[in-house]
Write a protein that binds this ligand. Structure first.
Ligand code: 9W4
Length: 427
């Protein structure tokens, strides 16, 4: 394939280097072996091809797990056109492997802003009848630049909390032009992502960037939402002594009942060996906290924003700074104490590790697949509103997941169902 401007030029794709496809395929094979729900859906729909005639434009992180989703949609008969939703999250070898097996894909790691907007236009060129988003950029582009495409679109899906918020606001203003399914709000997505996905991958990021022993360390978790809880649980499992800081009384109470000490960050700052923020709020760790930390303290963030740790204030305290290892900056303060910041205060689970494990993404992406299938079948009868995932779909996905692990659960008998629905019984 001829190369122009450093990129492979092809009719249906533009990726960093098509020769990376061999490595990408190995990664995808690995993810497939960890994503049994999606693979069972692929097997189920391979013959009947219920997505035949569907043209899906997708704008979501190009990762090995996304590739399993894309190839499942194609196996079910859909045509796809894909782009990444964040210039830093694209795995170029995965993009190459998708392109090499005929997926139309326009994305590469580190693309600039102009290229970033260009890639969405490319995916819209084939006039999709379904859209898939992570952050609603694709849907917004249809609404703002190509509203003429909307009548041909049966519906779209949205993967993230932020995207769902944007779309609900649009629907409230009567501006939404086609139905959206809020994949983010499925229990088998958000609960498992936040608790088990972020829980494990954050520790993975800390260990890759520092290789410290967790056992016996004082591990401070700021924020006891789902992410904080996942991290606290896993750190405790590795033998750390966990301290939680919170502003919400009920969340703090849960942390105490789950066996963790709770205190203010002002106090925890003196005790912690490792700090992780998971609040979604700014200025959780600031100058006064750095001033109290022990020599060697390690600080990182797994919340949504990179403003939870005030690095500018740390900069004012430093005498010297150096990169001690990948994703690990050593700040030597004026009094000689050293503070280590991982992944520059960005999301440590993504910047220093690989995000949610494939087993967790399996459920998010099974929800994506089933939602797109629902839109293909029923989209024309749905209102231009944001729709929830049916409870039945959540239960179905959890059930398939359990069955792939060889687990079968009990079922209520007819009498038990009657008992549960009879308000006169049991008094
Ligand atoms: N990845 C990401 C974002 C920013 C970023 C500078 C070098 C989210 C969800 C899924 O946002 C994602 N910044 C980086 S690396 C990096 C990576 N830097 C900053 O210094 C490094 C992202 C969903 N997901 C999983 O979690 C697992 N498979 C998935 O599809 C992926 C990526």
């Amino acid at each position: 394939m001829a190369k122009k401007n450093g990129y492979d030029e092809g009719k249906k794709y533009k990726v960093r280097d098509i020769e990376l496809a061999v490595d990408g395929r190995k990664r995808i094979d690995w993810a497939e072996s960890r994503m049994p729900v999606l693979m069972s859906l692929r097997e189920k729909y391979r013959k009947t091809k219920p997505m035949k005639g569907m043209r899906i434009a997708g704008c979501i992180h190009v990762t090995k797990e996304t590739a399993v989703l894309v190839e499942t949609l194609r196996a079910a008969g859909a045509q796809v056109s894909w782009s990444g939703c964040n210039p830093l999250s694209t795995q170029d070898d995965v993009g190459a492997a998708l392109a090499a097996t005929g997926t139309s894909i326009y994305t590469w790691h580190g693309m600039n802003t102009k290229e970033f907007y260009w890639r969405i236009e490319q995916t819209l060129n084939f006039k999709p009848n379904l859209t898939l988003d992570d952050g609603a950029d694709l849907i917004m582009t249809v609404h703002t630049k190509h509203p003429g495409l909307a009548p041909g679109i049966l519906g779209g899906t949205e993967e993230t909390t932020t995207g769902v918020h944007r779309l609900r606001a649009m629907a409230d203003d009567g501006k939404l032009l086609y139905p959206i399914i809020a994949v983010n709000d499925a229990e088998t997505k958000w609960d498992f992502d936040n608790v088990y996905g972020t829980g494990q991958s954050s520790l993975d990021g800390i260990l890759r960037a520092s290789s410290v022993l967790l056992a016996g360390k004082t591990f401070v978790v700021a924020g006891y939402g789902h992410c904080g809880r996942g991290v606290a649980m896993r750190a405790a499992g590795m033998g750390a002594n966990v301290i939680v800081t919170e502003v919400k009384a009920t969340a703090a109470l849960k942390a105490t009942l789950e066996g963790f000490r709770v205190m203010k960050m002002d106090q925890a700052a003196k005790l912690g060996d490792i700090f992780i923020t998971a609040t979604g709020m700014k200025d959780i760790i600031v100058k006064k906290h750095f001033e109290r930390m022990k020599d060697g303290a390690l600080v990182c963030n797994t919340g949504h924003y990179d403003c939870e740790i005030n690095i500018e204030e740390l900069e004012t305290l430093k005498k010297r700074k150096r990169t001690i290892r990948e994703n690990n900056e050593e700040y030597t303060l004026k009094d000689g104490r050293r503070v280590y910041v991982l992944a520059q205060g960005r999301l440590v689970n993504l910047a220093a590790a690989e995000g949610h494990p494939s087993e967790v993404m399996d459920m998010s992406f099974a929800n994506q697949f089933l939602s797109l299938l629902r839109l293909a079948r029923e989209g024309k009868n749905l209102d231009a509103a944001v729709h929830d995932i049916p409870v039945k779909q959540d239960q179905e996905i959890a059930k398939i997941k359990l069955s792939t692990q060889g687990m079968v659960i009990d079922k209520l008998s007819k009498e038990q169902i009657e008992y549960a629905t009879d308000y006169l019984a049991g008094t």
